[in-house]
Every structure is written in C-alpha cells, then in structure tokens.
Design a protein around this ligand. Structure first.
Ligand code: SF4
Length: 79
C-alpha cells in the first residue's frame, strides 16, 4: 500500500510533502506532486504537512480519487 496525492494538489501544489519524505519518493509533475507507489514506505509523514489535505492512503481512496493513483503510476512509469 502507498499514499496517494489527490486533486486538491492540482490547485495548491504546495510541495511541503516532498521536503519531509524520508525515502525521497515525492516528485513534482506539471500539474501536481506525485508519490511513487513502488517506493513509498507508508510512513504517513507527508500527510500532516499538506496544507490542503490532499494525501490519502491508497485503500481510503474514493472511486473518483482512484484516477490519482493511476496518474502517479503513469508519471513514474514514464521516467
Ligand atoms: Fe514519503 Fe512516507 Fe509520504 Fe510515503 S507516506 S510518500 S514514504 S512521506
């Protein structure tokens, strides 16, 4: 399981999450930040620093948020 950055990031794109991640698995994309689901260790450190509560656990995603996991997978697959 991994954490996923969802739609609120698309408007805020604050980036505090990337500065606290202990495994450096958060990268900035064109429209939002992304968590690499293959590297995330599920520590939760990024969640509390996000000013717009955009970060959710993968298993807590609502059906309309699942697209953000797909976006993250596609972002890192193309690197
Ligand atoms: Fe990084 Fe931890 Fe957030 Fe995963 S849960 S992205 S490892 S800070």
């Amino acid at each position: 399981m991994a954490f996923v950055i969802t739609g609120a990031c698309e408007t805020e794109k604050a980036g505090e999450c990337a500065t606290v991640c202990p495994v450096d698995c958060i990268e900035e994309g064109k429209d939002q930040f992304y968590i690499d689901p293959d590297i995330c260790i599920d520590c939760g450190a990024c969640v509390s620093v996000c000013p717009v509560d955009a970060i959710e656990e993968e298993y807590d995603l609502t059906p309309d948020q699942e697209v953000y996991l797909e976006k993250a997978e596609a972002f890192f697959a193309n690197k």
